[in-house]
Design a protein around this ligand. Structure first.
Ligand SMILES: C[S@@+](CC[C@H](N)C(=O)[O-])C[C@H]1O[C@@H](n2cnc3c(N)ncnc32)[C@H](O)[C@@H]1O
Length: 272
């Protein structure tokens, strides 16, 4: 199943490769930078932990988990023209019911420019209306199916570190962090807090601790100098993907993505 949200940086193209590391005998699937959770919806694990720093996103997943049909009902009453978009965008999510809040998130995600999630300094969503017409705002059956798959997932709005630190032997972690890089050509602005090289250092330390507990992980990242430490510690392989430059779908180019893993027994013929 495809994710029901559009998400900048989603590794949809890498799913066939990353999926080869997942084994059904893993105890839990843990995704601390879940975004639209593309890999989760493809793997469909029995038990999962999905987490992201974006609390609006996690509230939306939680509402789809428990009440997909009510969210669909709210969405079905929302007009999709540009004026309505800016009216919906201006509503403070804190003043909406949980179902209205999830509907607002899905609505903005579907109609905004390139499905980006970007906020201003006060944390308010500020992406403009997308110029391309969307054929469908939402799919009620898809939301119901997402709800079924989310049924056994624990959802948490959190920084990655506490999630990774709570994993135990038998868990599998998939990590898809934003790119901590100075390059303006790489999109990494998901909210008011930028992911920086300091976060990458915290992530390396957390993965070191997880590795020592026998937890298996796969991390996907851009092939940038900042990933040097990961390359020294664990097995890596390079995969080619087409990427939007700075979040613009019009300027796509082929880039090298790196997969870093401590999973064993997998064919790493392209390993470096
Ligand atoms: C590249 S996206 C993940 C895309 C995801 N794999 C998918 O399938 O859509 C990176 C995600 O990391 C989240 N994020 C940024 N900083 C974070 C942090 N410190 N802890 C946890 N999540 C964070 C962003 O909100 C964003 O959703």
């Amino acid at each position: 199943m495809k994710p029901f949200l559009r998400w900048a940086g989603s590794k949809v193209q890498l799913i066939p490769t990353i999926k080869t590391y997942w084994q059904p005998q893993f105890k839990r699937y843990v995704e601390p930078f879940c975004g639209s959770a593309a890999l989760f919806f493809s793997v469909q694990p029995q038990w999962a932990v999905l987490s992201d720093l974006n609390s609006e996103l996690i509230c939306t997943l939680a509402q789809i988990q428990i009440a997909p049909d009510i969210v669909s009902e709210v969405l079905s009453r929302m007009p999709t023209d540009e004026r309505s978009y800016y009216r919906v965008r201006a509503q403070d999510p804190a003043h909406l019911s949980p179902n209205e809040r999830a509907a607002q998130f899905i609505y903005l995600n579907a109609l905004c420019f390139n499905g980006l999630y970007r906020t201003n300094g006060e944390g308010r969503f500020n992406v403009p209306y997308g110029s391309k017409k969307k054929s469908k705002l939402f799919d009620a059956l898809e939301l119901r199916e997402a709800s079924r798959l989310l049924n056994n997932a624990l959802l948490e709005a959190s920084d990655f570190q506490s999630i990774v630190d709570r994993t135990t032997l038998g868990d599998f972690i998939y990590l898809d962090p934003p790119y901590a890089t100075g390059s303006k050509r790489i999109f990494n602005a998901y909210g008011k807090d930028l992911f920086t090289t300091k976060d990458l250092i915290r992530l390396t330390a957390a993965l070191d601790r997880a590795d020592n507990r026998g937890v298996r992980f796969v991390l996907s990242y851009a092939d940038v100098p900042e990933i040097h430490d990961f390359k020294k510690k664990w097995t890596t392989c390079t995969v080619q993907a087409r990427r939007n430059i700075s979040g613009f779908t019009g300027s796509r180019r082929k880039v090298n993505e790196i997969i870093v893993t401590n999973c064993k027994g997998i064919d790493m013929s392209e390993s470096t």
